[in-house]
Write a protein that binds this ligand. Structure first.
Ligand code: GRF
Length: 198
């Protein structure tokens, strides 16, 4: 842990939506001894996460699709800002290969279901919960995993389950899942980052 004393590990959060997970992560690493959230990357000018970033004094980079997928400006920005971990928290675009390769083993996502079930293209937000309800699953949960070139595919770090009852709908299930996410995502990130550095 010697090197950690002088310089904090710099983390970027990628998010497209409300940003409740991003908020929890920022709170966890506020005044943290070894880790700091230095940047939020967002593709939606109206996303709730922008306000959360502002409240927490975290700079935001708004990206557009053409640049994100066709050049290396995002990667260059991350390098320039000495970001060493990327945390996806409800980011809805696929990550370009240049980024997954540059951050192999250092990019983490949270998926609102028990992968490998209910993952892949189109499986996000309510689509996931609706599919789980439709299939009368008895349980769902969260999966925290590393990110590779394939949607929702990288190796699994942690899964936590919740029950799905007959009376649940997509909204009530989404609430249960969010609770699990807020309980587990930030502390799991902290654990793996510190372990990787030790
Ligand atoms: C979460 O449910 C997460 O699992 C998924 O996107 C959602 C983001 O929610 N990847 P929020 O924006 O953090 O509130």
């Amino acid at each position: 842990m010697e090197g950690l004393k002088n310089k904090k590990i710099r983390v970027a959060i990628f998010a497209s939506g409300a940003g409740s997970n991003a908020e929890k992560i920022m709170a966890t690493f506020k005044n943290h001894a070894y880790i700091e959230v230095c940047l939020v990357i967002c593709n939606k000018p109206q996303a709730g996460v922008l306000e959360i970033a502002q409240k927490n004094y975290v700079p935001v980079l708004l990206i557009n699709k053409v640049d994100f997928f066709s050049d290396k400006s995002c990667l260059n920005e991350l390098k320039q800002q000495e970001i060493s971990w990327i945390i996806l928290a409800g980011f809805l675009w696929k990550i370009p290969t240049a980024l997954t390769q540059a951050f192999a083993g250092k990019m983490v996502n949270i998926h609102p279901a028990l992968l490998p079930k209910y993952g892949g293209k189109g499986m996000y937000g309510h689509h996931v919960h609706e599919a789980v309800i439709l299939n009368k699953e008895k349980e769902s949960g969260i999966t925290i995993h590393y990110v590779d070139e394939i949607y929702d595919h990288g190796s699994i770090i942690l899964q936590k389950k919740c029950s799905v009852s007959d009376t649940d709908n997509a909204d009530s299930l989404a609430n249960k899942i969010h609770k699990l996410e807020h309980e587990w995502y930030a502390k799991t990130i902290e654990e793996i980052i510190l372990k990787a550095k030790a």
